[in-house]
Design a protein around this ligand. Sequence first.
Ligand SMILES: Cc1cc2nc3c(=O)[nH]c(=O)nc-3n(C[C@H](O)[C@H](O)[C@H](O)COP(=O)(O)OP(=O)(O)OC[C@H]3O[C@@H](n4cnc5c(N)ncnc54)[C@H](O)[C@@H]3O)c2cc1C
Length: 388
Amino acid sequence: MANRTVDLVVIGGGIHGCSAALHAALRGLEVVVLEKDTVARHASGVNAGGVRRLGRDYPEVPISQRSMEIWHRIEELVDDDCGFQRAPQIKVAETEADFEALKARAAHLRAMGFEHEIVLERSELREHLPAVAEHCVGGLASLDDGFALPYQTTFAFQRKARSLGVRFEENCRARKVERVGADFRVSTDRGVFTSRKLLNCSGAWAGEIARQLGEYAPVAATAPMMLVTSRMPRFCTAVVGNETRPLSFKQMQNGTVVIGGGRRGRPNPETNASELIFSELRQTAATAIAVFPIMKGATIVRSWAGIEGRMPDGIPVISPSATEEGAYHAFGFSSHGFQLGPGVGEIMGELIATGRTNAPIAPFSITRFAPGADASGSSLTHAQGHSA
Ligand SMILES: Cc1cc2nc3c(=O)[nH]c(=O)nc-3n(C[C@H](O)[C@H](O)[C@H](O)COP(=O)(O)OP(=O)(O)OC[C@H]3O[C@@H](n4cnc5c(N)ncnc54)[C@H](O)[C@@H]3O)c2cc1C
């Protein structure tokens, strides 16, 4: 069955597809979202919920800042608080060398004009984290960051988008994408959809859609892992990372501790399965115990992994297509795209509706992977890869 031509087809019902659809609808576009499984089924539903500006790759800082402004008034946008809670995000230094690196980063950001990351000396670190291990020498904090509930958030974006007329087609995989005259034609198991504009928000699967548009995007499927403990007495109100060892650590209000931070299992994007690697999870637990000795003997009650798209340089593709006018991409968020969802959706809505944006998205161009392109894609210095 052929559908009538709409303004925009979005491929992918994660937070980025839902957010971009919402922002496009707010600008008056008629939008259809195609989701091969169900909305929020993948990374956007199962992530750690970290809403973090701290430690962003430098090119991401301005869009992360913009996204944070939206998070602080998220209920006004989606009529739902998304479970968002303000909390400091703190990166702990276990050695003097790590502390020096954190101080250098804060200085670099100040030179860029950003003041949100502040250095915490040893005693200040303990004011925020009374349970932190004795050997930790200092930290870097972004005090007005926080965390939110992933399913609640992604469904809130979907619900608001739907209330503005966006159509969601679930269990509807985009199999073939092609240009027919001025329009795009997307063939699915459940019919053909035609649109004037096309947005690829298909996460770990986005490389195939890009390929069909004639573009190379080496997005790899990865499987970041999480674990959660039984309830513990309250000892931590911040979200905690580590300068050198992968860690994302937070205690929920009910006392459970949610730990992740980048150690990865085995993804299988063909079957949607992801397999835990327990030797890696053990290292996550060891890092948590090293930073918070109170965690020794904690009971792990559950662990899981989600499938996430990762780019070789650890930053996403947020870009118009270089081959097909009217096509756009937002994918490859490399384990830190949840926080960016509200802001990148706003950027894509503007770009698609008006053809332009002032947002600094040049470093995220899909052309950085074209044969012969400078692999870094920009002259900006990237910080080391961070996740979650
Ligand atoms: C365990 C874990 C912890 C994380 N922790 C954090 C964190 O604390 N903070 C943070 O900021 N980020 C975190 N992330 C990263 C974050 O979850 C992702 O970057 C973000 O959710 C990506 O959103 P997305 O919409 O691009 O992708 P997805 O949520 O993967 O959505 C893409 C959707 O596209 C659909 N799709 C693919 N191909 C097709 C097709 N051909 N047709 C139709 N539909 C298609 C898929 O089924 C999928 O639902 C974490 C990720 C994981 C896995």
